[in-house]
Design a binder for this molecule. Sequence first.
Ligand code: GDP
Ligand code: MN
Length: 392
Amino acid sequence: MNLHEYQSKRLFQEYDIPVPASVTAATPEAVAAACSWLGGTRWVVKAQVHAGGRGKAGGVVLVDSPAAAATQARHLLGSRLVTHQSGPAGLPVAILLIEEQTAIERELYLSVLVDRGARQVLFMASAAGGMDIEAVVATTPEWIILLRIHPASGLQPFHVRRLSYVLGLSGEQIEALGRLLGGLYRLFMESDATQVEINPLVVTRAGALLALDAKVNLDDNALYRHPDLEALRDSTQEDPREAAARTHELSYISLDGNIGCMVNGAGLAMATMDLVQLHGGRPANFLDVGGGATAARVAEAFTLILSDPKVRAVLVNIFGGIVRCDLIADGIMQAVRKVHTHTPVIVRLEGTNATLGLAMLAASGLAIQTARSLDEAADKAAAAAAHFEGRA
Ligand code: GDP
Ligand code: MN
């Protein structure tokens, strides 16, 4: 789960990570009032969306009067902001964050994430902040340094010295970075984050360190331990199908192919997607209906898959271990009747009552193709999707 910048900055404050004073606003009038309340003569108006790259996309605007701020707010509020990270449809802008402009001396990059391979906490830092960090990684990777921290030892003073050196800090700034890194490390561990990114972390003209941007990604699997953080969820920023899947406790991830996949078990789902690729198809999603798949869950999953307009064929691959394939077949038939789909459906069933399940599907009179092996099913799905794509 992602947090908005304004939510991340509140979290930063709790951990003594310095951020500019800020106010959120949802109307142009409130934006103008926020400027007056903050004081000063220049402000920055920032669209709150779950995507980076807002600056280049016009979602971060510098203004020099409350009236100009209100004008920008009128453009932004209610629009969809398209950035290089948002996808072509963009994300809705309903909240703006207003800050007094900071006089920037230098922009730095700092982030912390999990290095799964090394099983350690990974700090990434660069004196080349502010810009698109992916571009820096691609063109001048030597500008980024990686520092791995063993969770048993935690953050040590030598880590701070090392990062201070890389970031070109000196004197009191080193102490300030030490406090900031300490807070960042605690925030990362205590909130079960998968990534916390500050880009840019700025050195102000006055020489202070300030987190001008803030991005926190939380581990969905640990959210049950953080009801306060879970409450910060903004479903309007999430893929609507992924949000719907969560309410049905289906494990669903949108992908950009055209073959909808419904599988029981995450490992089998991954293998199914690999086989689809091998047969020249492209999966439209990852979907694990879970070990205890019931007819009702299958029907929900089916509706979800078909709500994706990219889907040109559906591949169902169920291994009946705990579940019975005849019950699954029943769920599939219910779902196909309910959604009246013309999308080709290919079903591979294996395990308990597979023969019965396949016979039920064959006798249903519905346009469902059956397959006994996974290879055959993947091949049929890829062919059906290609055929359907040609006609559509
Ligand atoms: P992002 O593009 O979504 O990552 O949004 P950021 O919050 O990082 O803002 C983009 C850029 O706007 C920053 O890298 C800064 O260069 C600029 N910016 C943001 N806030 C301020 C500010 O207070 N003063 C100045 N001068 N520039 C700012
Ligand atoms: Mn940024």
